[in-house]
Design a protein around this ligand. Structure first.
Ligand SMILES: NC(=O)C1=CN([C@@H]2O[C@H](COP(=O)(O)OP(=O)(O)OC[C@H]3O[C@@H](n4cnc5c(N)ncnc54)[C@H](OP(=O)(O)O)[C@@H]3O)[C@@H](O)[C@H]2O)C=CC1
Ligand SMILES: O=C(CO)COP(=O)(O)O
Length: 333
């Protein structure tokens, strides 16, 4: 990778846990960064507290981080626009950003993980549709906001449509303690990020229902088979799905309740009240992922089962029995 151009300034759209952690990472690294909250009041709360107590409690933000309630201004100067709103809110947020006079050729970096449930579109497609003049990249991989905010070492994948752009984006988005690997496989990276959330729900359900460590290992392993099958059917490359943004993020989010998707699944498995839980993107992606699998003729029984539990078509116990009673088959089929 060449070191030619200076690192561009950054605007971060979405002041939740991940947007705040990323904005703070780059501000601490000496970059010019503006975190854009939903409105002026939310921005003022973060500015005054020098912290985002709602979404990233206990983390003191860099004094060099600018916080704004509107994208216009922040975005005009930014060479990089990080998109960190939930996947179902992305299209509306981008439509809202149209009047913000984005810099020509701005690099719009998708940092959310999900599939638009109404359309089956991945975020990079939504960016291409809504911001046709932007260059698109995707940042994904095993990275809890809280870990990154605390400066813990993290490695992720940054994908773009061409290898040179991916190399450039990975260089711009790497920071101290935050290592970005470049990839030219946007679809593989996005598919891994969206599907692992659905599978983390499954892992959480198994854990919350008390089905044991053996069942947990089985669901993660067979879930990974589905992630690879469906990810490839959607256009992803096998080696991407085996990498940080596929297997890596699956391992992370299926490991315990620090993952919000796992925590949501665990609450479902225990039969707890689900109101008030944090964002779990897999809840919104499961149904559409199951539909995409059916349309592609891909067997994805775990994804289908998660969707059925979320829709109240199956109880957790019925789902466990049904998965175990499927016709026997060869492991590699
Ligand atoms: N948290 C993590 O560890 C990681 C998260 N991600 C992904 O990042 C994405 C965002 O997650 P995360 O930050 O954790 O979510 P949070 O729930 O912590 O925050 C979501 C943020 O998005 C804002 N928002 C929602 N809709 C809009 C909108 N239309 N315009 C502007 N802002 C909006 C919310 O504002 P308001 O409060 O006003 O609703 C809130 O600030 C998800 O897709 C997630 O999968 C990826 C890697 C790590
Ligand atoms: O994507 C993530 C880590 O890579 C965050 O996972 P959760 O949304 O399940 O917390």
């Amino acid at each position: 990778m060449s070191d030619a151009a200076p690192a561009p300034s950054i605007a971060v759209l979405g002041a939740g846990a991940w947007g705040t952690a990323l904005a703070n990472l780059y501000a601490r690294d000496g970059r010019t960064v503006t975190l854009v909250a939903r409105d002026g009041a939310a921005a003022a709360r973060i500015r005054e507290a020098q912290a985002n107590e709602r979404y990233l409690p206990g983390i003191r933000l860099s004094p060099d981080l600018a916080v704004s309630g509107e994208l216009a201004g922040a975005a005009t100067a930014a060479g990089i626009l990080l998109l960190v709103v939930p996947a179902q809110a992305l299209r509306a947020a981008l439509r809202g950003a149209r009047g913000a006079s984005l810099a020509p050729g701005v690099l719009a970096v998708v940092c959310s993980k999900g599939i638009e449930r109404e359309t089956g579109r991945f975020a990079s497609d939504i960016v291409a549709e809504e911001l046709p003049d932007a260059r698109v990249a995707v940042l994904s991989g095993p990275s809890f906001a809280d870990d990154v905010a605390r400066g813990l070492p993290t490695a992720v994948t940054v994908a773009a449509g061409t290898e040179p752009l991916a190399d450039e984006a990975a260089r711009w988005l790497s920071a101290e303690g935050f290592r970005c690997y470049a990839s030219a496989d946007i679809r593989g990276v996005e598919a891994g990020g969206a599907l692992k959330n659905v599978l983390a729900l499954a892992a959480g359900i198994v854990s919350g229902r008390g089905l044991g460590a053996s069942a947990l290992a089985a669901i993660v392993t067979r879930g990974f088979v589905e992630l690879r099958r469906l990810g490839q059917a959607l256009g992803g490359r096998p080696e991407t799905l085996m990498g940080l943004s596929g297997l890596g993020d699956l391992v992370l989010t299926c490991s315990g309740p620090q993952s919000r998707n796992f925590a949501y699944g665990a609450a479902l498995g225990r039969g707890d009240d689900l109101s008030g839980l944090k964002l779990a993107e897999g809840v919104y992606s499961a149904g559409i992922a199951a539909r995409l699998a059916r349309e592609a003729g891909i067997e994805a029984p775990i994804v289908e089962t998660v969707a059925a539990i979320l829709d109240n078509r199956l109880t957790v116990d019925e789902a466990a029995r049904a998965l175990l009673a499927r016709p026997l088959k060869r492991e590699t089929d």
